[in-house]
Design a protein around this ligand. Sequence first.
Ligand SMILES: Nc1nc2c(ncn2[C@@H]2O[C@H](COP(=O)(O)OP(=O)(O)O)[C@@H](O)[C@H]2O)c(=O)[nH]1
Ligand SMILES: [Mg+2]
Length: 424
Amino acid sequence: MSDIDQDSSIDWARQAYEQLKQKQNQEKEEIQKLEREAQEKEKLQKLEREAQEKEKLQKLEREAQEKEKLQKLEKSSITDDDSIPELGDFDKEFTWSAMILAAQGKKINEISIDEIDWLSRLRRGLEETRKGFVTDLLDKLGDDPLTPETLDDLETLLLRADAGFDSTDKVINALRKKLNEEVVGGEEGINFLKKELRLILEEPIKNSGKNILVPEKGKLNIWLVVGVNGVGKTTTLGKLAHLAVRSQSKTLIAAADTFRAAAVEQLQIWGDRSNVDVISNNSKNADPAAVVFDAINSAISRETELLLIDTAGRLQNKNNLMEELSKIRKIIDKKVPNAIVESLLVLDASQGQNGLKQAKGFARSAELTGAIVTKLDGTSRGGVSLAVSLEVDLPIRFIGAGEGIRDLRPFNSFEFVEALLADK
Ligand SMILES: Nc1nc2c(ncn2[C@@H]2O[C@H](COP(=O)(O)OP(=O)(O)O)[C@@H](O)[C@H]2O)c(=O)[nH]1
Ligand SMILES: [Mg+2]
């Protein structure tokens, strides 16, 4: 072989080698890619399996919880004789409650056991909020005049009770202004504080043009009860039915939370307790709007005065929830345009500032007209009512302070503030 030939064949061999190497690399890369893809797929499948398992477990847990809830509710309805309040002892609680009623201009012959009973419950319910709030404040204040330091303390206390920044600022600024003008004694300070808190709570009520929310007689009133899961919608609706029946309104319940099977059963138990019929559709995945449609038909033919609608509160799919609510709303507006519709947001007081977030979220898409604050018993965050009033301009219509049928009453800012700031 000549030199040239040898060179060219080496060249040729090198090229061939390079080409083969490139091919090999490509193949290797391809194999790696396929391997990676297979791994990723496996990983995804594993994640999916895990998620499914988790979901299954969560479902079982939810079902167990719902079952427990139903059992508890069933048991309480058997032993529940608490729909007839009894006169307790003539003690500090009674005296305080009577004084609160008297301060609102009630005459002795106008006072009922119901009212006394509720005020005692409310005062007891707000004990936790009060403990972390007023008791501290009153201790600090004593009978001495207010000082800028006490205002700082008060600011912290209001924020801790979840009154929110805006309400806290408003109250503190008003007090500071007053303090700059004159000496403010301890008791005078507390009275001024009460007045400021009442003003905040009263403003949205005044703006709504309705001092108190009651179903208008002889007309169809529809109250939509909305809110996220677990805040107490169904329970509140049960208590509302009880209140309505006691005030002689012809009442009907619509079970439009068709998302959870147990929801209808839970509502049925509440309906039974007050002797109110529940319109429901037991087929799986029934359309909530269809239930409302049926309920409106029944309400018309029965000349119902108050139709209470329970709704779903799932959070996972917020858009769907809002769509569902607006669909329900459309059905109502179309079928009974003359009905008096209230869209009431239920808020769990123990969720504090989270409740404020929910209120802002729902206010945008659910045409809210009012709020109901529940679970004021056993929380120290009752101040959220102030935040909702001031920041969302939502009138608080009812408050709940316990799981019993009588543990819900129309909101009264005077009573609320007095119970919040009640002396030890
Ligand atoms: N302590 C207390 N518990 C409440 C109150 N309102 C409701 N609950 C409880 O909160 C839980 C959830 O209530 P539920 O009505 O099922 O909530 P929903 O998911 O919004 O319908 C239940 O165990 C109720 O008994 C209240 O005012 N105080
Ligand atoms: Mg419910």
